[in-house]
Design a protein around this ligand. Sequence first.
Ligand SMILES: CC(C)(COP(=O)(O)OP(=O)(O)OC[C@H]1O[C@@H](n2cnc3c(N)ncnc32)[C@H](O)[C@@H]1OP(=O)(O)O)[C@@H](O)C(=O)NCCC(=O)NCCS
Length: 217
Amino acid sequence: MADTSNDPFPSHCASDMTMEPRLPTQVETERLLLRMWEPTDAATLGEVIQQNIEYLVPWMPWAKFEPTSTIDRMALIAEWTDDWRSGGSCVYGVFLRQDDGSLTAIGGTGLHRRIGTNGLEIGYWIDHAHWGSGLATELSAALTTVAFAQPGVDRVEIHHDKANVRSSVIPERLGFAVIGEETREVIAQAEIGITVVWRMLEADWPANEPEAQQPAP
Ligand SMILES: CC(C)(COP(=O)(O)OP(=O)(O)OC[C@H]1O[C@@H](n2cnc3c(N)ncnc32)[C@H](O)[C@@H]1OP(=O)(O)O)[C@@H](O)C(=O)NCCC(=O)NCCS
């Protein structure tokens, strides 16, 4: 379930009314907290990336530039924050809630404004130690609901290289439909250069159907 309470930078803070409304800085799911990365997370983010580098390099184009310094990563997080502040994408850390209430960073995700004004694209990566527990599916479901709560957003997409079968399971399981394939240059090691585009329309998202919003009798 998406929860945008305790948002320190609510979307109505946007001062320039011509820009897109700000995306929520945090989202709660059953097992996870997704929250915008902060500069103080830089070292932790670097550690999780390093622990997973062999799983990230095949599919994430940015991973080939790792390792990077904590200072550079802080600067990158500051860039992400600036982009978000001006109504752009929101890049979230994925934090697993532990039994004692503490949070452990186990990946990254985001809502990206790169598919036109009425759409948001979801990206994700998860610490290998937590693969196969449905966490990427859980966070993608929550972000899809959050996306459709944004003014003017009526489509959510997930893009992946056609060879990345593991990634394809997530939109498929959530009921997204393949709307096409795009040939492009290979930008990560294991790619074949064909992007599969999955799309969910607001009208088709089960969480938006009236019966999903009725309390159980
Ligand atoms: C893709 C990724 C985020 C999936 O994370 P995850 O938390 O394991 O995802 P989920 O558990 O929600 O779903 C994965 C499902 O795919 C299934 N699966 C795995 N490999 C598969 C394959 N080759 N064919 C079909 N299904 C497969 C798993 O069994 C799992 O299903 P299950 O829960 O029923 O067992 C993770 O593998 C990852 O971080 N990969 C590296 C980065 C990456 O590729 N990111 C996506 C770029 S587009």
